[in-house]
Design a protein around this ligand. Structure first.
Ligand code: SD4
Length: 318
């Protein structure tokens, strides 16, 4: 058995590439890194890698993480600038015995010394988005910009090895130095090859309050199916936040266990995700809430066409 699941429609091309590697009995680490790089390199996704939306100071600061579910090795970078593939730097850091999570200048120094590709990650489109947003956002509380989506993946290879990985430009207009849940173990991701893995997208500040990815893996370890584990963890934590704080930020999680079974849960409308396994070609699903329950269905061709059209449409400066 092999499988890979990822947050958001944008992951599907990467998942396609990873599938070919997994089919050929490739390694879950190589497959997930390839898949995430594909998303990082695509200029029209404005929330991951090149083309990602900048912080308040118009700088693109990126967060990424990699976890090996066999050894439990973790590598992560926070608020790193000017490198093409943060995921590869995170994976490289996972092989160090200490200093596994580096931020800002320290992360950049490490990446430079290790010979990772430098790149100015601020695209012209992102500059237009920034200038437009400056006009809108003044004095408003910063929320994850709609369509501002972290890519998170969980992967299982034919050898039974599992990995998890994330990559994001975080919240649009975040403060310089702000780091979200995505590079934080247990919050943005977690994986244990003996059980399974989970990964999150949404408001990092809230996901971190509940270590939601770890909670899902913990529930799967108790014997729950990934779908039941995702539903329970997301629903309970969403309720907890509403009860204790009066509101809950966006929170969407996907999970896969070491049998290739998967699940999803979200507290928003219209969350998309992509899955491929030995039994199914890469498919994009969309979620919707029905009677308070999160259900998912295969995305229609019309939805898929419209997705790309809106992502690549010409941008006008307001
Ligand atoms: C963060 N979780 O930095 C990320 C942002 C995100 O959909 O996933 N937005 O908080």
């Amino acid at each position: 058995m092999w499988g890979i699941i990822a947050t958001w429609r944008m992951a599907v091309e990467g998942i396609g590439k990873a599938s070919e590697m997994l089919k050929a009995e490739g390694d879950a680490g190589d497959a997930i890194e390839t898949a995430i790089k594909e998303v990082e390199d695509f200029p029209y996704y404005k929330s991951v890698g090149y083309g990602g939306l900048p912080n308040e100071e118009m700088e693109v600061e990126l967060d990424a993480a990699y976890m090996d579910g066999d050894t439990l090795d973790i590598g992560a970078v926070g608020a790193i600038k000017d490198f093409a593939n943060p995921i590869s730097i995170a994976r490289r850091l996972s092989r160090e015995s200490v200093n596994n999570f580096l931020v800002g200048e320290g992360a950049e120094k490490f990446a430079h010394r290790e010979g990772f590709e430098r790149k100015n990650m601020l695209s012209d489109r992102a500059k237009i988005h920034y200038r437009n947003r400056v006009k809108e956002v003044q004095e408003q509380e910063i929320k994850p910009y709609s369509g501002h989506d972290t890519v998170g993946m969980v992967c299982l290879d034919t050898h039974g090895k599992m990995t998890a990985a994330t990559s994001t430009s975080g919240l649009f207009m975040k403060k310089k130095g702000r780091v979200g849940d995505s590079p934080v173990s247990g919050s943005g991701f977690y994986v244990d090859s003996m059980v399974g893995g989970a990964t999150a997208t949404g408001l990092g500040e809230d996901v971190m309050k509940g270590c939601v990815s770890y909670e899902i893996v913990r529930l799967m370890k108790e014997g729950m199916h990934p779908q039941a584990a995702c539903e329970k963890a997301v629903q309970m934590f969403d309720e907890t936040l509403r009860r204790r704080r009066g509101k809950a930020g966006d929170m969407s999680l996907v999970a896969m266990n070491n049998k290739g079974e998967w699940g999803v849960a979200t507290n928003i409308e219209g969350f998309s995700f992509a899955v491929a396994t030995a039994d199914q070609e890469p498919i994009v699903y969309l979620t919707k809430q029905v009677d308070g329950k999160c259900v998912h269905e295969v995305a229609s061709q019309e939805w898929l066409d419209n997705y790309m059209k809106t992502r690549t449409a010409p941008l006008v400066e307001k």
